[in-house]
Write a protein that binds this ligand. Structure first.
Ligand SMILES: [Zn+2]
Length: 434
């Protein structure tokens, strides 16, 4: 009997984890992305694909391959995953983070959840389709990408800017941080589908003052001015704004649990969510956290300049009011410039959502799909630039007691083998019905 996708997905996940693809954002520390991309390309080539291996720069390997569908007149579906991971300190872990050890029903290691599990599921399904001679209903484009953990500027963003033809005709995409289960009661599960993402505004702040000797009288101190401004920002409370996805999610949870949802007090509803409260809670309002502060070089010298950075995240539709609020709160003494990535938002309906719903229902009858907004960003932000409609749907059935959201970039990151096999079956059904 030939290998089925679900039979090889755990081994593929483990092998991918063993290729250390740590991405710190500093090119000098880069490792493993090329090896991981070559590994993926070989697994695809050995079943008959002719994958494109594309380097955006030295070692920044990306792999893209297309499986032609029956109806080439329909828009294609992109299934993408990133190959890089964030750093992991072996001293903190129960197993070595790059061992890919399979133990106690889990595949352990950095990337198990973010997101080599989905890369492995995608690879397993793509391989099965090729072995079986499957012609999907529409073009499927599989993309395995570098550099997501540092913004995708050498991965998704680079491909969108330089190799957009690889995604010709693609209208929709699925990828990470959605599709996982949340147990809400006795064996009642919701599967969260990401339909929106907050936008990003990464700001650089600068205050100027009068430099001089630290022993003198100073009334124009750059450090003090900037410190006061960031303290005001930290104290600022952005208003609660219940956006479409978050409202739909909380209403769905209320129906499933029988605990009514008060739209005037969404924080109470979020507090009842257990481990996903931190995921959903961050989507009730904009946020702006000070992350770096630099000034001065000597104790007895008042410097002329102080700088800081702020990680700002705004809800869809609030880009302008967010920027205006930041400028007001920080005040006229602070110079600002920034990089901005827009929010992502789509509706939870249509053929693709129906295909997700049917695929989950076939493997977990009685479960319900709910849309939600991600407070962070993914490569979806880059693919949105091509007009592609994005969803987070990397199907995974999780044990009720697993603190899933803590595993993202966390210690002892791991993925349940039976959940992976479940996800692979769902992904197969979903792509066949897409
Ligand atoms: Zn990720």
């Amino acid at each position: 009997m030939t290998t089925r996708a679900a039979d090889e997905v755990a081994a593929l996940t483990s092998e991918l984890i063993r290729i250390d693809t740590t991405n710190t954002g500093d090119p000098a520390t880069l490792k493993g992305e090329r090896a991981a991309a070559e590994y993926v390309a070989e697994r695809l080539a050995e079943v008959g694909y002719e994958p494109q291996y594309v380097e955006s720069g030295p070692g920044r390997g990306n792999v893209v391959v297309r499986l032609e569908g029956a109806d080439t007149g329909r828009g294609g579906l992109l299934v993408h995953g990133h190959l890089d991971v964030v750093p992991a300190d072996p001293a903190e872990w129960s197993v070595h983070p790059f061992s890919g050890e399979i133990r106690d029903g889990y595949v352990w290691g950095r990337g198990a959840i973010d997101m080599k599990h989905m890369v492995a599921m995608t690879l397993a399904v793509a391989r099965q389709f090729k072995r079986d001679g499957v012609v999907p209903p529409r073009d499927l484009v599989f993309a395995f990408l570098a550099d997501e953990e540092a913004g995708g500027f050498n991965g998704a963003r680079w491909l969108v800017q330089h190799r957009a033809e690889l995604f010709d005709g693609v209208t929709e995409a699925v990828s990470e941080v959605g599709g996982f289960s949340l147990t809400l009661g006795d064996d009642v599960r919701a599967y969260l589908v990401e339909t929106a993402q907050k936008g990003i505004m990464w700001l650089r702040l600068k205050a100027r003052g009068t430099a001089g000797h630290g022993s003198m009288v100073h009334t124009d101190n750059a450090v003090a001015k900037l410190a006061a401004a960031v303290a005001r920002l930290d104290a600022h409370r952005f208003p609660i704004v219940l956006t479409g996805a978050t409202r739909e999610f909380l209403e769905g949870v209320a129906e499933l649990t029988g605990v009514p949802f008060d739209p005037d007090d969404p924080e109470a509803a979020v507090a009842r969510l257990g481990s996903v409260a931190r995921l959903i809670g961050a989507t009730l309002r904009d946020s702006a956290n000070v992350t770096m502060f630099n000034a001065g070089y000597k104790t007895n010298v008042v410097p002329s300049v102080a700088t800081a950075t702020v990680d700002g995240r705004m809800l869809p539709g609030r880009e302008d009011v967010f920027a205006k609020t930041l400028a007001e709160v920080l005040g006229p003494d602070v110079e600002l410039d920034w990089d901005q990535l827009p929010p992502v938002e789509t509706s939870f309906d249509g053929h693709l959502v129906d295909a997700m719903t049917a695929a989950i229902a076939a493997e977990d009858p009685g479960a319900r799909l709910l849309p939600y907004m991600l407070s962070a960003g993914t490569d979806a932000k880059s693919f949105q630039l091509l007009g592609i409609r994005n969803f987070g749907f990397a199907p995974l059935k999780l044990p009720a007691d697993l603190d899933f959201t803590a595993l993202f970039h966390g210690v002892d990151e791991r993925v349940p083998v039976d959940g992976l096999e479940f996800g692979t079956r769902v992904l197969t059904r979903f792509l066949l019905a897409s």
